[in-house]
Design a protein around this ligand. Structure first.
Ligand code: GRF
Length: 225
């Protein structure tokens, strides 16, 4: 049915966001999705921690939220299956991990294969795990950044969708480098979710293609907000 403006009323991609903490990436996605021409809507936000600050932010934006504590489950997979059921109840077509600090059983990434993404604050495959900005400083790299990738059962692995780079500057600390990378995360993640909403992402043989973006394109955002 046409909208009053005459534009076709295309169903938006429903996105479920999983968080464990402050949720600044989640907030960036919520903000992006408030634009009427954004092709995705945030259908729900789920946290494995009841006290995650991001839950309040999401609720304040009128988004359905839920806390599902992993602590009450006997094993990873039963937690994963309940989270999955909650996402499906909201009609989610893309699951977005945004600081979700719980390792899945292999069931979850298999169930959501191709529809589950994560953002990581390093240029993968370098620096996996925790304190990755400190790992980058310790290694003496001169460039770092963030990576959005499809999630597979292995931690911080999976086909890379897009990366954004930042310089490592003299005198950087874990905090200053994290802040510089985070600014890029807040731009990169909404862009990638937009691509999903536009149906431009495909994967074959472990490599992601984005329709309209030539392979190997480097995204260099200015460091300014
Ligand atoms: C971000 O640095 C993200 O890359 C990593 O966890 C952090 C989450 O931050 N996966 P926030 O909760 O989105 O502010």
């Amino acid at each position: 049915m046409p909208t009053p403006s005459g534009a076709p009323d295309v169903a938006k991609l429903k996105v479920g966001i999983l968080i464990s903490g402050r949720g600044s990436n989640m907030a960036a996605l919520i903000k992006a999705a408030q634009a009427s021409d954004y092709p995705a809507e945030i259908a729900c936000v789920i946290s494995n921690k009841e006290n995650a600050a991001g839950l309040k932010t999401a609720a304040g934006a009128g988004i359905p939220t839920m806390a599902i504590s992993h602590r009450i489950y006997p094993d990873r997979e039963s937690f994963d299956r309940d989270v999955s059921a909650a996402l499906e109840k909201h009609g989610v077509g893309l699951v977005v991990l945004a600081g979700f600090m719980r390792i899945f059983s292999s069931w979850f990434p298999r169930h959501w294969a191709g529809r589950l993404i994560n953002i990581h604050p390093s240029l993968l495959p370098s620096f996996k795990g925790l304190h990755v900005q400190q790992q980058a400083l310790d290694a003496g790299v001169t460039v770092s950044g963030c990576t959005v990738h499809l999630v597979i059962p292995d931690l911080d692995a999976g086909p890379i969708i897009a990366q954004a780079a930042v310089p490592v500057l003299a005198g950087d600390t874990e905090e200053t480098l994290s802040t510089r990378i985070l600014r890029q995360e807040h731009r990169l993640y909404p862009l990638v979710v937009r691509w999903f909403g536009e149906g431009r992402i495909s994967e074959s043989g472990g490599k992601v293609a984005v329709k309209g973006v030539p392979p190997g394109s480097t995204l260099l955002f200015s460091d300014e907000p």
